[in-house]
Design a protein around this ligand. Structure first.
Ligand SMILES: Nc1nc2c(ncn2[C@@H]2O[C@H](COP(=O)(O)OP(=O)(O)O)[C@@H](O)[C@H]2O)c(=O)[nH]1
Ligand SMILES: [Mg+2]
Length: 466
């Protein structure tokens, strides 16, 4: 990292301000070639102090390119821990490109995607989990996702993984002592201490894995699929939930064919709602394909809203055709306006509530009228309760991502094998190998022992300028 990199750090297009970032040993000198504090003065950053904002002009051979603010930040107190200069110019594609090109002609190299963050990692200002959190913050689509990303960015996951790793290193040293000085400690003593020390680390691994499984959908959105027979009001409910007319509603059965999918936010939690074709026996080729697609969405959903309407009777066989009962299901009884009036009085001559088989008894139920906007608030609350439950979202929880989870699962199996080795009286050397492997896997999460491949995969997902 002896070269100096530069890139436009803000999105393409026009806007109020665009930022160009320079990082590396020559950052100050390169910027100095073009910066003047007056329109007519000669460039040179002279006696600029670090972490101050300077007003001036970006010059090219005596010509003003743009009026700018320049912020010098001496390392290690900077994003990359190197010398950094940030230039705030007007955000126009041409002006930013011209400034960047001049900086490149002045000795900087164009940064690769994620290279600023990669340098922050290589300079040990942040670990890998914090670098990943930077990408998560940028890509967060909901308040909840942002909260978790911010917690991870502050180093909470790094700290906990480091503690687990240090604990294992202590266990390893105990094992190694008993390899080197076999007569010093009685085997049973060492054995019981080791297993007692490994157990809490294994529990922690399991807990992190569970946290990933419980909460990873908060990043991508909780998948909710609306299903039921034709004409029960699925599309009407979809539109109610989104508060706009996304799906076509008609009195004709079989209106919705392709699954209609849309993202939405409820209480800062991201959801992806899918309205599907009504499931029934049909000869219509297009509907048949729509029904197959509907079934895919329903199977993969985190929550299925199974809609029924008054005046119908459903058998267990019919229900099993529509919803996989192993999914999380909420029964939504729609068109309740046909059965009861606004005061909750049964309407004389109206259809009776739907008759459902016994297998539906344990399922939660909500009564609504999609048409008259009744019971929708209660429905939203129930959806939240079912999906989020009492998942804590204080600032100290983190969601390990898939990469972390994979490493944790592998580490768990190494630790398990080390523990079994001790219990079954295997030689200390094999136990030590398992432990070392587990320690390395945890180190891979924070980046202490990560391979170049892992680094490339992580940082190549960033945009240029980050
Ligand atoms: N009375 C009443 N009619 C409704 C309600 N929800 C939907 N409908 C009507 O039922 C018909 C079918 O609705 P739609 O949303 O297209 O059903 P889908 O086939 O399940 O998507 C339309 O004529 C809607 O206006 C409701 O809560 N009460
Ligand atoms: Mg429909």
């Amino acid at each position: 990292m002896t070269d100096t990199i530069a890139a436009i750090a803000t999105p393409y297009g026009s806007g109020g301000i665009g930022v160009i970032r320079i990082s590396g040993p020559d950052a100050m000198a390169i910027a100095a070639q073009f910066f003047s504090r007056t329109r007519t003065g000669a460039p040179g950053t002279g006696h600029l102090k670090t972490h101050r904002v300077y007003h001036g002009y970006f010059m090219d051979n005596g010509e003003v390119i743009d009026e700018i603010l320049l912020i010098p930040m001496k390392g290690p107190r900077s994003y990359t821990a190197e010398d950094v200069v940030e230039i705030q110019a007007h955000a126009g594609t041409v002006v930013l490109k011209q400034i960047l090109e001049l900086l490149l002609s002045g000795g900087a190299r164009l940064a690769e995607p994620g290279e600023f963050t990669r340098r922050a990692f290589l300079n040990q200002r942040i670990d890998l989990t914090q670098a990943e959190a930077v990408a998560d913050i940028i890509n967060a689509r909901s308040k909840a996702a942002l909260k978790f990303a911010a917690a991870q960015n502050s180093g909470i996951l790094k700290q906990q993984i480091q503690e687990m790793r240090e604990q294992l290193i202590r266990v390893l040293s105990l094992v190694e002592i008993s390899i080197d000085f076999p007569d010093d400690a009685p085997d049973e003593y060492v054995g019981s201490r080791i297993t007692a020390d490994i157990d809490p680390v294994m529990d922690r691994c399991r807990e992190f894995i569970r946290q990933h499984e419980d909460a990873c959908f908060l990043k991508d959105g909780i998948r909710v699929a609306i299903c039921g027979k034709p004409n029960v009001g699925k599309s009407s409910l979809m539109n109610r939930l989104l508060s706009r007319e996304k799906s076509i509603v008609t009195a004709l059965p079989g209106t919705t064919r392709d699954p209609v999918q849309e993202a939405m936010n409820m209480n800062g939690i991201p959801f992806v709602v899918t309205d599907t074709a009504g499931i029934h026996d049909t000869d219509d080729l297009v509907e048949i394909i729509g029904i197959e697609r509907a079934k895919d969405h329903i199977r993969n959903a985190d929550l299925v809203l199974f809609m029924v309407e008054p005046g119908t009777t459903l058998s267990e066989i019919e229900i099993r055709k529509m919803v996989p009962l192993e999914n999380r299901i909420l029964v939504v009884v729609n068109k309740i306006d046909l059965t009861v009036d606004r005061n909750g009085q049964t309407k004389p001559g109206g259809p009776k509530l739907p008759e459902l088989p016994e297998i539906c008894d344990p399922l939660p139920k909500v009564h609504i009228s999609a048409l008259h906007n009744q019971g929708i608030r209660k429905l939203r609350e129930t959806i939240m309760q079912l999906c989020i439950g009492d998942l804590t979202m204080d600032g100290s929880s983190v969601i390990p991502n898939l990469r972390h989870k994979t490493a944790l699962m592998q580490a768990l199996s190494c630790l398990d094998s080390a523990k079994q080795g001790i219990l079954t009286g295997q030689p200390e050397e094999t136990v030590a190998i398992d432990l070392k492997h587990g320690i390395d896997l945890l180190g891979g999460i924070t980046g202490e022992t990560a391979s170049l491949d892992i680094l490339d995969t992580i940082f190549n997902n960033f945009c240029i300028g980050k």
